[in-house]
Design a protein. Structure first.
Length: 384
């Protein structure tokens, strides 16, 4: 009887092992995984993920655990997972221009890129995508080699840009767009739909001379490309003002006031709309990171005085203050007062045209949702 039981256990174990999903190597570096792949005569499959990425988790818990996945990937690849925000992750992200998650890299054992897949897919579909990468002769690596070897034909560059865009390869897109637009003036780019499209895809910013040359043609952009195009460029001025904040990874390390002043003068020189507003918003963001709570209180008061209330931003600051500045009773009274004022304003709002959504079994409009959030802040500050 004991032998029979042991045999049944062994069979069950073998069946379980046979039914396993993808076997990801753990406790090694990418170079060590590549060495293992070379020894085993396999390719390397790299799951580039982040902890906050929902589709990454879905692939890990729903698709890669399936027998079909294990049968395919374990036979062909040494499989490896890298958190793009930890350890060697940032270095790998930079090396392979990884900007979207999940990104799945297919590498030769020497580290050369064979191809890549982006995003979530059911495993049968995902395997088809991988097979397409492996069987396509004129894929991403082919274009990369042609470009590296000096191919600059306009039709080729446009095709290459399309492939890079599909793969979210921002750094390389910018390189190719620079070549495609080489010799074109800002006026030419602003007036031509195709050139302007390449310019936008290239991801140029106010830190780039090409962006500045095109932005000078503001009137032409509005006329030929539309208001949305110039609004997108205006928004980039706002985003890149934040480069004056210094970080070590995700940790705030300080603020460069001289750099912000220089950036302000640059915006003035290029006639950027609402320069003062951009500076104020940048300083507010700095106050959030630097935990300058009196500044946050003042900004809240100014927003209400000016009737410039963005509920999402206001609530973020109020929650921060209620949690991190709770020892200051005067500040808590101010937050409570402003939150009650906003509730009263929202309760008077006509919500007839607002669509309802379900939240926790309760039907809410966006207005009733914000009222609920402000009431939670009021209840929280009342405890202080």
């Amino acid at each position: 009887m004991k032998k029979i039981i042991l045999m049944l256990v062994a069979v069950a174990f073998c069946m379980s092992a046979a039914a396993q999903g993808v076997n990801f190597v753990e406790g090694k570096t990418l170079s060590e995984v590549e060495a293992q792949a070379k020894a085993e005569g396999k390719l390397v499959f790299v799951d580039c993920y982040t902890e906050w990425c929902g589709p990454c988790k879905m692939m890990a818990t729903r698709e890669f655990v399936k027998k079909e996945a294990g049968d395919y990937f374990n036979a062909k690849f040494v499989n490896f997972k890298i958190d793009m925000e930890k350890g060697e992750g940032p270095q790998v992200a930079k090396q392979y221009d990884v900007n979207a998650f999940p990104t799945f890299l297919i590498l030769e054992s020497n580290g050369d890129l064979r191809g890549r897949c982006i995003g979530f897919a059911e495993i049968s579909t995902f395997i088809q995508k991988v097979e397409e990468v492996l069987s396509t002769e004129k894929g991403l690596p082919w274009y990369q080699k042609k470009f590296k070897d000096g191919e600059r034909d306009e039709a080729f560059l446009k095709e290459y840009m399309k492939i890079l865009q599909e793969n979210y390869m921002r750094d390389e897109m910018k390189n190719v767009a620079t070549m495609l637009l080489n010799g074109k003036s800002g006026a030419q780019i602003a007036a031509d739909k195709n050139l302007f499209g390449a310019f936008q895809t290239g991801g140029f910013t106010p830190l780039d001379d090409l962006f500045l040359n095109v932005y000078k043609e503001r009137a032409t952009i509005i006329e030929k490309q539309g208001e949305r195009a110039i609004a997108s460029m205006d928004n980039l001025w706002k985003q890149y003002a934040l480069t004056c904040l210094k970080f070590d990874g995700k940790t705030y390390k300080g603020f460069d006031a001289d750099a912000l002043e220089a950036y302000k003068q640059k915006m003035i020189a290029y006639n950027v709309p609402d320069v003062d507003g951009i500076i104020k918003e940048t300083l507010h963001t700095k106050a959030q990171y630097a935990k300058e709570y009196p500044t946050l209180i003042k900004d809240l008061q100014d927003s209400f005085k000016q009737g410039n209330v963005n509920d999402r931003l206001i609530l973020t600051d109020m929650r921060t203050l209620a949690e991190e500045y709770k020892s200051n009773k005067k500040a808590m009274k101010t937050v409570t007062k402003l939150a009650k004022q906003r509730v009263a304003e929202l309760q008077k709002k006509d919500t007839t045209g607002e669509r309802e959504f379900d939240m926790g079994g309760k039907k809410l409009t966006i207005t009733s949702y914000f009222i609920q959030q402000y009431e939670e802040v009021i209840a929280e500050t009342a405890k202080k």
